[in-house]
Design a protein. Structure first.
Length: 563
């Protein structure tokens, strides 16, 4: 049961809600509206006013009244799938879970905060259980949302802080460094290992099992929350037991609770040996003066992971000497030295020489693949541009085109690049030449980068700056391609009563082609199409097909969308 009188309940509810979306996605929904409503929705859940949640022992145990589309196994719901880019430009599958089910995660996680997260993370006597993890989920009395990727980026100025709280992130960054250096000490050698396809290979049933593992058995935690994590992750993923969604905080919490059991077993393994150990999510680093001991840890680690049906990714195991290794945090001071127009106290109109310096530095970084430093530059550039500290004048088109090309050369920069393009388009008096550049690449991106962050960001920026008639034509062309992604479809949602008639028709057409006409109203909100329909609900009060204001539209989502 949630303690609604606790000082941290409301802020934690908002933080957990924010964690539903990967930090490098464009703003899919107006989360300020949902944050305003989340506490009232949770109170209604607590009073069991909604029919969708089955309670047991003051926690949500299961779901009721879920009418899944016929192509989904059992009473599960679809995740919305898209792809981010790994450092080597290969694809990482990401998901957005169903909001109705995610509300149950928020409810249960807040309900057990004092029973599980406070003793585990905030009681000094239990510090030993979490000391080897640099992916902890609580600081102070608040959750700390992290996507789990690109962790070692500089947080100075807050320019890289895409998570929920700058102060918390700076605290986490400093604590992470302290823990890392404490374990590294003066050991000569290190080996870094990670788990093969970590999130896709996690079995949901192990979330229930770890309640019987240390440290939870020793701490005397009840197993209901762990049982819920098993059931929840099955239901949001088409009722499958293998794999949990990446890029969402519910998975980060569940995975971290599981990996704390791995940490416990590793500490038992290295007890009495001169070996240091630190972990970030599934990246595990061991330190020692003996290369032989580190080689033996490879075998020991796999033996431990076998208990959770996980495997070391042998292709990524790396040995190195500590004195010759730098971490990959961005060097903000080097940025200011090389690109003086990005200093905080500088206001200027950028010159041709500034452009050459910018290109020269970026070319060097592209050559060595230093994505962290490139993100640093682009983030500061965006901040200064938004603040009006730098202006592009008549050279804006050249800057626009060059910065755009960076995303094609290194896809890890997509999010940062498109944020700058969006800001330039906001500032220039005539957008036509700039939009022509984006339009020229649309077909190429649809062919090469379908369902990726590249395509998602492209349509987000493009549609935002098209005129009304152009948007309608762009929407029709996108649906004509086939395989429309609900995230991209969200960019075509228009504010205003009765403004989304054509879009509703397109969504219904795609859904019924898969699931059939029969019972489409009862099923569609438990498919991946809930997302654009929910967004329409937030901005358009028209009762399309007598559905949007009908009983088939889940009441908790109606309450979350209320303006």
């Amino acid at each position: 049961m949630i303690d609604f009188e606790a000082d941290n309940t409301e802020i934690n509810a908002k933080i957990l809600l924010e964690g539903m979306f990967y930090s490098e996605l464009p703003p899919v929904l107006d989360d300020s509206v949902m944050k305003e409503n989340i506490i009232e929705v949770l109170k209604k859940m607590d009073d069991e006013e909604y029919t969708y949640f089955r309670f047991q022992n003051d926690l949500i145990k299961d779901f009721k009244d879920i009418v899944s589309p016929d192509y989904i196994r059992g009473n599960g719901v679809e995740t919305i799938t898209y792809y981010a880019f790994k450092k080597n430009a290969t694809l990482r599958e990401m998901q957005i879970p169903h909001l109705l089910h995610y509300c149950s995660f928020i409810y249960n996680t807040l309900a057990v905060f004092d029973d599980i997260f406070t003793p585990l993370y905030l009681e000094p006597d239990n510090g030993n259980y979490v000391k080897n993890s640099n992916s902890y989920v609580v600081i102070g009395d608040r959750f700390i949302v992290s996507s789990g990727y690109d962790a070692w980026q500089e947080l100075e100025e807050g320019v890289f802080t895409t998570d929920n709280n700058k102060i918390q992130n700076n605290a986490m960054f400093g604590e992470n460094r302290r823990r890392y250096h404490e374990q590294q000490g003066a050991y000569l050698y290190a080996v870094k290992m990670d788990i093969e396809s970590f999130f896709p290979n996690m079995y949901t049933h192990y979330f229930e099992k770890i309640a019987e593992y240390q440290p939870y058995k020793q701490l005397g935690f009840e197993k209901e929350y762990f049982v819920f994590l098993d059931n929840f992750h099955q239901k949001i993923n088409n009722n499958q037991t293998k794999g949990i969604p990446a890029g969402v905080f519910s998975s980060h919490i569940a995975a971290e609770l599981c990996m704390l059991c791995v940490d416990y077993l590793i500490r038992e393994e290295i007890d009495g040996q001169e070996i240091g150990y630190i972990r970030y999510v599934d990246d595990m680093t061991f330190f020692s003066d003996s290369k032989q001991k580190l080689e033996q840890m490879e075998i020991a680690l796999q033996r431990i992971l076998n208990q959770f049906r996980l495997r070391v990714n042998g292709n990524k195991t790396t040995y190195y000497t500590n004195v010759r290794t730098l971490d990959n945090a961005a060097d903000i001071h080097a940025v200011r030295e090389r690109l003086k127009f990005l200093k905080q106290d500088v206001s200027c109109e950028l010159t041709e020489n500034d452009f050459r310096c910018f290109k020269s530095y970026l070319c060097e970084l592209l050559e060595c693949g230093n994505a962290a430093q490139m993100k640093t530059i682009l983030s500061i550039f965006l901040r200064r541009l938004t603040e009006g500290k730098i202006t592009l004048s008549e050279d804006a088109y050249s800057w626009f085109c060059y910065i755009y090309l960076l995303a094609f050369d290194n896809q890890n920069l997509v999010c940062h690049v498109y944020k700058i393009l969006d800001q330039i388009l906001t500032q220039v008096p005539d957008k036509s030449a700039y939009l022509a550049v984006l339009n020229q690449k649309t077909g190429y991106l649809n062919e090469r980068y379908q369902d990726t962050l590249f395509q998602i960001w492209h349509y987000y920026v493009l549609v935002r700056h098209l005129r009304q008639g152009e948007r309608a034509a762009c929407m029709q062309e996108y649906f004509n391609l086939g395989g429309a992604n609900p995230i991209v479809v969200c960019w075509f949602v228009k504010d205003g009563n009765g403004q989304n008639r054509d879009l509703i028709k397109q969504i219904k057409k795609v859904f019924t082609a898969e699931a059939g006409e029969q019972n489409w109203k009862q099923q569609i909100m438990f498919s991946r199409w809930w997302l654009p329909l929910f967004k329409i609900k937030m901005v358009d009060g028209f009762n399309y097909d007598s559905f949007m204001n009908g009983t088939s539209f889940p009441e908790p989502l109606t309450d979350l969308a209320a303006g």
